[in-house]
Design a protein around this ligand. Structure first.
Ligand code: IMP
Length: 420
């Protein structure tokens, strides 16, 4: 299969990093096309934990070429710190990691602005400056990677940015950086980044023509998409299939789209969450699933699987396969619930509502499944306990998409592909 995309179908944190790492073993190129260092993709290899925010999770396989394309809000601070952890782990990345010259930079100013704006909006952003970076792109105020190498443009942009942003920051009692500090920050980034800067769309074009195996790594999930998600409690881009061509800079249509979902639901930050469990069950899921943000360490809100939300996400992302993660987390539970519809007043909704004030009021209608016990150490999909297979068959039928595999633990090897 020449082009495969891995996308999240929930509110992010579905376990995409682990799957990308596994699929990267057979890929020539691994590509990030959207979002920024708000994403946190975790890969655990032999007990060693890597968290990638900007660098594609396929970097651990040394035969891959990794691309950070145009659509990524590029955070140099995160990038350099991820390089450092690769260096410490002895992973060679020179000449196999490229950053688009057209990507917009997340400046320190954007992180301050994110902080100031979130105090007003209460979305609970990751404060990684991603929203303000994309907003400046639309305002035509942004600084792209290529602009780092044109001092006249750079000076002009920084001057305008400070003029526009300083009043907002001061209103939030945040002191804006000085022109000199911001300019010298950019000069330092320009120097350290230069050897990674490339025409990533051109590289991808050649890769496509040569029939190379390309793996597109989505970030977050459909329910956090700026247009399709629970607006305004969303991120600021199209992190799933919608963002692929525009984010890559060439028209690229994946033949295989793997929609990743956890067998329960989590969400970080504010916003409606119909199946949220605020009591003991939520706490158990959080503890057993290690549900703390990979980027901000915030405890994730936890609840049961939500099929109306997933059906809606499938309509948007059009997955050809599903990959269901963290089956091991539900292992100890006697009863496992799945929300199959919502009730509001006397009405039953099977569709995901566009109006979040409706979503905030719905009551989930659950179907119950028996727990499946321990799945650690299960070596083949077909050997999963019958209760787990029944649960997976139900999801498959409801969503109309085949389950292509599952994960049963956090280690690289704890992943079961379904043999067809
Ligand atoms: P932002 O993307 O930092 O602007 O945050 C907007 C919303 O998206 C907040 O609710 C964040 O918690 C959420 N968010 C952003 N990135 C991720 C992620 O990778 N996983 C889960 N939630 C995320």
């Amino acid at each position: 299969m020449a082009v495969t995309a891995v996308v999240g179908l929930q509110w992010g944190d579905e376990g995409k990093g682990k799957l990308v790492d596994a699929l990267a073993a057979r890929a020539d190129y691994v590509v990030r096309y959207a979002s920024g260092s708000n994403a946190g993709h975790t890969v655990i290899v032999n007990g060693r934990r890597f968290v990638f925010h900007i660098i594609p999770s396929g970097i651990l396989h040394e035969r891959t070429t990794c691309l950070v394309c145009r659509g990524v809000a590029f955070d140099p601070e995160s990038f350099f710190s991820e390089l450092k952890s690769l260096q410490e782990a002895g992973i060679a990345y020179e000449n196999r990691l490229w950053i688009s010259r057209r990507a917009h930079l997340v400046l320190p100013l954007h992180k301050l602005e994110d902080e100031a704006l979130d105090r007003l909006l209460g979305i609970g952003t990751t404060k990684r400056g991603v929203g303000p970076c994309y907003a400046d792109r639309a305002y035509r105020l942004g600084v792209r990677v290529i602009d780092l190498y044109c001092p006249t443009t750079l000076r002009q942009r920084i001057r305008t940015l400070l003029e526009v942003k300083s009043p907002l920051l001061r209103k939030a009692q945040i002191e804006p950086p000085s022109f000199d500090d911001l300019f010298s920050w950019c000069e330092d980034v320009a120097r350290r980044l230069q050897r990674f800067v490339a025409d990533t769309a051109g590289i991808l074009q050649k890769a496509l023509s040569s029939g190379a195996e390309i793996l597109l790594e989505g970030a977050q999930g459909v329910m956090l998409d700026i247009d399709h998600g629970t607006y305004p409690y969303v991120t600021s881009c199209h992190p799933a299939t919608d963002g692929i061509s525009s984010g890559c800079g060439i028209n690229i249509v994946p033949q295989r789209v793997i929609g990743v979902l956890k067998c329960y639901t989590t969400r970080v930050g504010a916003g409606p969450f119909p199946t949220e469990e605020k009591g003991d069950i939520g706490e158990t899921l959080r503890r057993r699933g290690g549900e703390f943000g990979a980027t901000t360490s915030r405890p994730r809100r936890c609840g049961w699987l939500d099929l109306p939300a997933l059906k809606y996400a499938c309509r948007i992302a059009a997955p050809t396969h599903l990959f269901v993660t963290k089956l091991d987390v539900l292992a100890e539970l006697e009863k496992i619930k799945v929300c199959s519809a919502y009730r509001i007043g006397a009405d039953v909704l099977t569709e995901f509502p566009a109006d979040i004030s409706v979503l905030e009021k719905v009551e989930p209608l659950f179907r119950e499944f028996c727990g499946w016990g321990d799945v650690k150490g299960v070596e083949a999909f077909s050997r999963l306990p019958s209760q787990a297979l029944e649960f997976l068959a139900f999801i498959e039928e409801e969503l109309g998409v085949e389950v292509g595999g599952v994960s049963v633990g956090s280690e690289r090897m704890e992943l079961l592909e379904r043999q067809t």
